[in-house]
Design a protein around this ligand. Structure first.
Ligand code: PHE
Length: 451
């Protein structure tokens, strides 16, 4: 069966570099810059970082290669892909789960993405220049996120930017945007790192970040690290599968995977090298939690020389990272409607983004007028984040590993991977990881969650 023989011409990446930039753009996001530092801060620093790197290499990398492989083989969205490889089976549900996860994640991702845009604008207009302590910065943040119309405006603006890019298609929109934005992101990060590391007292932050304290590692740490690896690498919901589906047979899947994984991990590690030195140099606490980036950093910035400039470029970095991930989330949902429902790109983008925005409204208001509306002690935002990030992604990742390892079979997958020269030793290691390590690791994490 020639799976790539569709009736219409499917879009494709223009170049290998464009694909790697787009996939890295998807991976590098709020997960790296907003979540990673506070999770490291709360889980004991260096030791957590080591566990995280291990999870990324042993579980994340093999699953990413699997997603790229399924995508390129079928040249379809997640639903169509599982349908094509195992017709009329329950496996198609893994594809549906992915599209649902994309929908859910973007609904709350758009909220935080909106905050990043707001902070760029607030920094540009000098609205945040008077903090003398992180408490004040925290209060400022609290007032901002509880302001109904303001947060909704910025959430809409964020979605609007994603729509503007995804409407232009894979090559003209996503690839072009990522090829411009990702290099800017790297440059900004390097400038910030230089600024942070040259602050007096920065070395304490470096020590906290890099010196492992193994007494801090327990089952809970591994669980959090694995979940973070999935989220950060955009795995378990068909995002990398969808991006792989626009890839030509000439490109080497294995090496592309390695590039994207290294890129994503390097960015997360570098972000830590900005945030911890800065936080420690200013005598603040790294254990603040989710508000670390929004309420501790502004205070840090305004204490340092050139603080306002630093703050403008930091929040620009955050916004760029969020946008290049947001478009990948939208593309998964859009690709489903284009391939499976035969919608035009315009119709798919406009309708799905409007529905996603509407569903995200209660998440946006979870920090304001809906903050007291709680189920099991969690707000709407918390629930959507929890269901998608802690359940759908790991479950999707585990099922993808089982599918490749045991259902569609590594033989078929290898045939696809070997279309481009790949070192046979690496393939052997990948086969072992995807058959045994990835599914078992995620399974244990799930068990641990329920006990
Ligand atoms: N990887 C993105 C981040 O780190 C989030 C994301 C998850 C994007 C799943 C796409 C799919 O922020």
């Amino acid at each position: 069966m020639d799976l790539s023989n569709h009736k219409y011409k499917r879009e494709a990446w223009n170049s290998r570099l464009g694909f790697i930039m787009a996939a890295s753009g998807s991976a590098v996001g709020l997960g790296n810059i907003w979540k990673f530092p506070y999770i490291v801060g709360q889980n004991g620093g260096g030791a957590f970082v080591l566990v995280y790197i291990f999870c990324t290499l042993a579980v994340g990398l093999p699953i990413m290669l699997s997603e790229f492989t399924i995508g390129r083989k079928t040249k379809l969205n997640p639903v169509g892909a599982f349908q094509a490889l195992k017709p009329n089976s329950h496996w198609v549900k893994v594809g549906y789960m992915g599209v649902l996860a994309g929908f859910l994640i973007l609904s709350f991702y758009g909220v935080v993405g909106g905050w990043t845009l707001a902070y760029v604008i607030k920094a540009l207009t000098h609205t945040m220049t008077t903090f003398s302590s992180s408490n004040e910065a925290g209060e400022f943040f609290g007032t901002f996120i509880s302001n109904t119309w303001e947060v909704l405006f910025y959430q809409a603006l964020f979605m609007g930017i994603c729509v503007g890019i995804v409407l232009r298609g894979v090559q003209g929109g996503i690839e072009k945007a990522c090829k411009v934005l990702m290099p800017i992101l790297v440059v900004i990060l390097v400038i910030l790192m230089f600024r942070a590391l040259t602050l007096p007292g920065a070395i304490d932050g470096v020590e906290f970040y890099l010196k492992p304290d193994f007494s801090k590692i327990g089952p809970q740490t591994i669980l959090i690290a694995l979940g973070q690896a999935f989220f950060s690498l955009s795995l378990g919901m068909g995002c990398m599968l969808t991006y792989g589906s626009y890839l030509s047979d000439q490109e080497n899947l294995a090496s592309a995977t390695v590039y994207v994984v290294i890129f994503d991990t390097m960015i997360a590690l570098l972000v830590g090298m900005v945030i911890f030195p800065a936080v420690f140099a200013m005598g603040l606490e790294p254990t603040e939690g989710p508000s670390l980036v929004f309420s501790v950093l502004p205070a840090v910035f305004f204490d340092m020389p050139f603080g306002n400039v630093v703050s403008i470029i930091f929040f620009t970095l955050l916004a760029i990272a969020a946008i290049t991930s947001g478009i990948s989330l939208l593309e998964v949902v859009v690709a489903y409607f284009i391939d499976q429902r035969k919608w035009s790109r315009e119709k798919a983008v406009l309708i799905t983004s409007a529905v996603i925005f509407a569903f995200g409204v209660p998440s946006s208001l979870s920090f304001g007028i809906l903050s007291d509306v709680k189920l099991f002690g969690m707000t709407f935002f918390d629930h959507v984040d929890n269901i998608a990030s802690n359940y759908l992604l790991p479950l999707g990742g585990m099922l993808t590993a089982i599918f490749i390892g045991w259902i569609w079979g590594t033989k078929n997958a290898e045939e696809e991977i070997k279309k481009n020269k790949t070192n046979p030793h690496w393939i052997n290691i990948w086969r072992f990881l995807i058959c045994y390590i990835s599914p078992v690791a995620v399974f244990f994490v799930f068990c641990a969650k329920f006990i």
